[in-house]
Write a protein that binds this ligand. Structure first.
Ligand code: 26W
Length: 823
């Protein structure tokens, strides 16, 4: 009977329509007479969700039955963006839905545009996790993501009078993509005490008890693979007061308010995503989030393992857990605690299971981003974990002492406990000690961590523990979905869409780099994408930009190390040069649109200054009648994943200009090149490997090298900063009030004059010269097209599929599990 009645999902237009209409009428309780775009979106999304959940069930059943090793990807951030378009494309029914929606009187683009982004992340790290989920499912790996279900994702950015204003992102009022699992809950303890006793065998046992309990509720988000029935799971935890905790005693004794207050306190844990990117502030609530999520996830993983009735030593053969940066490092002492305190394993057996289970990915070398938690804070919140961390450290330091008996300083340098006041736990060191593999995210970055912050650990553990997996992006979202016309053009030459699952096939379009028709088609697509962005800019800012101009784009989190200040100072330099020209000379210049976008952490004063300067420069330049189309300066409000889908296909040049050695990888650099844009960049992160793949004739590199940065900073300290002549003129213009009251920007110019820690002045001349050479190169459109087509053809390496295969082979030791295709 089950089989006969079980759902199978629509396959054609009629069935799609009836599924959507049924949802609009019943689930959403709307009549067809008041069915607006919102309802059309709801009905469509729910119809697709039904389909996904059928495949989800089959996948989970089949993975459980096969009982093979699974991967768990622990990440505090999953920057998923919109789900509907992705679901339609991955399932392969977008055309069916488009026709069905047209019958109902709706345009697909409008319906897709209704959806809010799932913005549970800050930037690169969170988006990488989302791309990895897409690849894991598309390649049929049995894998789950674990994260937090924030009630508020990254804030919405508004620009008011040129300043960033943060608005809360309450995104959950209608989210058809999640399934609450009311039956999946885990009670999580905080605070409390550790009691010790000796059991009947004389073994000391630790019990952590009498703490505060908060319940974790599971919400599941289906992750469809492209062109496969495999549908994986992203499990997000939401915090609630434990049912026993909603204290009926208090409730009845008139302490109703206190009782509600307790409830709210518990819910606070998963309320908001911390908006800092690359900055650790050591807040107690953040530590609570980390433990809450690690403990709930591990409990879930262990529960699933125990159902299989396998011996504990099989744990690392069944389970690989990847730590996305140090944010989930508490999972290491938590698993050790479960194995030793709750399951009664001896320390060494448990520890070898732990180490063989975990892998740790590092995403940054910046000192201010490396997580440390104060010992008193951990002592208070997680008293048993602190004991375990000390014990881990003891074993580790004993090993180090045995191996390097002569190096006295070594012990204090590598100790997990920093002997400061207060003492601090160094989470990266704990993550290294508790994992069998550590990887960086681009070659330069992986080399840098081995020679700088983790140098001693390479000595201790040997080279083999440290490896590189260069980042990648999913071509499904970042080519096929964001740039359907380019995807179609490529498919027309390659005889189908196989390249979306084997991106190296792109190399075949290199043969068309000199083909007149192909070039024309490629150029037309770029122009159409630029026109789409120009329209968006007109609609949102009121500024008219010319799609024939050179579009120069820098979109990413605003950070001094990413050097948006270098870009905007360069723009001012260009503006001053244009102002000094005769109208005839100006006419000969290559028209340019400088586009910025990105959020500043709310407490990051300098980053907010940069945003303000960009907006003020835009106000002046865009309204200068002498300048006209020669230069426009745009700040796109509230940059996010869905906006990136419009922006990435529309660049001629994108900027990836971090101070060398600071950007671990970068991933938007890959998106822009894959979509037929060129790069101006420093020798940093994945720019270096992009250059190796596409050829150095096809990228505009400039600036000091990572190996020289320290020396230059040293010079700055002892000999003072040399301000470049061109940059001095820019500063003069700012000081003279050309862009409003100069006090507003003094912090920005002073930091260059006083320290120039980010080498803004040191790299300024090279930057401006390189920009000028881009003007020249762009004038030769045929050669430019040649470069862009060749570059696209050579981007195959940067698919996230390749990353996942590397992780699977080098770190996880897992195999894909194909299910039979839907009949
Ligand atoms: C503790 C606060 C905090 C929050 C986030 C510290 C550090 C982070 C992230 C690690 C920052 C981040 O997103 N790093 C970026 O990771 C991308 C994916 O690997 C890389 O492409 C970027 O270069 C890197 O900046």
């Amino acid at each position: 009977a089950w089989k006969k009645h079980s759902a199978s999902g629509f396959k054609n237009k009629e069935d799609f329509e009836s599924a959507a209409i049924r949802h609009i009428e019943t689930t959403l309780a709307r009549s067809l007479y008041n069915c607006d775009e919102g309802a059309a979106y709801g009905g469509t999304a729910l119809a697709f969700r039904d389909r996904l959940i059928i495949d989800w069930n089959k996948t989970q059943q089949s993975h459980t039955f096969a009982d093979q090793k699974r991967v768990y990807y622990l990440s505090l951030e999953f920057l998923m963006g919109r789900a509907l378009d992705n679901a339609m494309l991955n399932v392969g029914l977008k055309d069916v839905a488009r026709d069905g929606l047209a019958d109902l009187g709706f345009r697909m683009e409008d319906v897709i545009g209704i959806e809010r982004d799932a913005a549970l992340g800050n930037g690169g790290l969170g988006r990488l996790a989302a791309c990895f989920l897409d690849s894991l499912a598309s390649l049929d790996y049995p894998a789950w993501g674990y994260g937090l279900r924030y009630r508020y994702g990254i804030f919405k950015q508004e620009i008011i009078n040129g300043y960033q204003v943060e608005v809360p992102d309450y995104w959950l009022d209608f989210n058809p993509w999640e399934f609450p699992r009311h039956d999946v809950t885990v009670d999580i303890q905080f605070y409390g005490h550790v009691r010790k006793y000796n059991d009947e065998n004389g073994r000391q046992v630790s019990v952590w008890e009498n703490g505060e309990i908060v319940t974790a509720n599971a919400y599941d988000v289906p992750i469809p693979g492209y062109n496969t029935p495999t549908t994986n799971n992203l499990r997000l935890w939401s915090s609630k007061a434990a049912s026993g905790e909603f204290d009926f005693q208090k409730f009845n004794s008139g302490e109703y308010e206190q009782s509600v207050h307790d409830q709210m306190r518990a819910e606070t844990i998963s309320a908001v995503l911390y908006p800092n990117d690359n900055l650790d502030r050591g807040k107690e609530l953040r530590l609570k989030q980390q433990y809450f999520w690690c403990a709930a996830s591990l409990h879930d993983i262990v529960r699933r393992f125990k159902k299989s009735k396998k011996a504990w030593k099989e744990f690392p053969n069944q389970i690989a857990i990847q730590l996305n940066d140090t944010h989930p490092t508490l999972a290491i002492p938590e698993l050790q605690r479960i194995l030793v305190d709750e399951e009664g394993l001896d320390w060494d057996t448990a520890w070898s299971i732990v180490v063989n289970t975990f892998g740790y990915t590092n995403h940054t070398v910046m000192a201010e981003a490396l997580e440390k938690w104060s010992v008193p804070l951990i002592q208070h919140l997680l008293p048993r974990h602190l004991e375990i961390i000390y014990e881990i450290n003891l074993h580790f330091l004993q090993y180090v002492e045995r191996t390097f008996p002569k190096d006295r300083d070594m012990l204090s340098r590598v100790s997990i406990v920093e002997e400061s006041n207060p003492k601090m736990i160094r989470m990266a060191f704990l993550a290294i000690v508790g994992s069998h593999k550590v990887n960086g995210v681009a070659e330069l970055h992986s080399d840098l961590i081995k020679t700088t912050i983790f140098k001693d650990f390479v000595k201790i553990y040997g080279q083999d523990k440290f490896t590189n997996v260069t980042n990648g992006i999913t071509p499904r979202r970042w080519l096929h979905q964001a740039n359907p016309k380019l995807s179609e053009l490529i498919a027309s030459k390659l005889g189908g869409y196989d390249f979306l699952k084997d991106l190296t096939l792109l190399h075949k379009i290199e043969a068309y780099a000199d083909d007149k028709q192909f070039r024309k088609a490629f150029q037309d697509i770029k122009y159409a994408n630029k026109t789409r962005l120009a329209n968006y800019i007109k609609d949102t800012t009121g500024v008219k930009v010319n799609p024939a101009a050179l579009f120069d784009i820098q979109v990413k989190r605003i950070h001094e190390y990413k050097r948006q200040q270098l870009n905007i100072f360069g723009v001012i330099h260009r503006y001053l040069a244009l102002k000094a020209m005769s109208p005839e000379e100006r006419k000969k210049m290559q028209p340019r649109v400088s586009i910025f976008g990105g959020k500043a952490a709310p407490g990051y004063w300098m980053a907010k200054c940069i945003i303000h300067l960009v907006n003020e420069v835009g106000r002046v330049v865009n309204n200068d009648p002498e300048i006209g189309d020669a230069l426009k300066v745009i700040f796109i409000e509230d940059y996010n994943v869905s906006k990136c889908e419009i922006i990435a296909p529309a660049s001629d040049i994108s900027e990836h200009i971090s101070t060398a050695g600071t950007e671990a990888s970068g991933t938007s650099n890959m998106k822009f090149v894959l979509n037929g844009g060129l790069i101006i960049g420093t020798c940093d992160g994945a720019n270096i490997e992009i250059t190796r793949e596409i050829g150095e004739d096809n990228i505009f590199l400039f600036g000091n090298l990572a190996e020289d940065v320290e020396d230059i900073r040293h010079q700055h300290t002892y000999e003072g900063v040399l301000i470049d002549d061109g940059l001095q003129k820019v500063f003069d213009a700012i000081h003279n009030g050309m862009f409003g009251h100069s006090d507003e920007f003094s912090a920005l110019t002073n930091t260059v004059v006083n320290h120039d820690h980010w080498l803004t002045s040191a790299d300024f001349e090279a930057y401006c010269k390189t920009q000028d050479s881009i003007d020249v190169a762009f004038k030769d459109q045929e050669s430019w097209l040649h470069k862009t087509i060749i570059s696209v053809a050579r981007m195959g390496f940067f698919t996230a599929d390749r990353c996942i295969e590397e992780y699977a082979e080098m770190i996880w030791n897992v195999e894909p599990q194909k299910m039979k295709q839907n009949g």
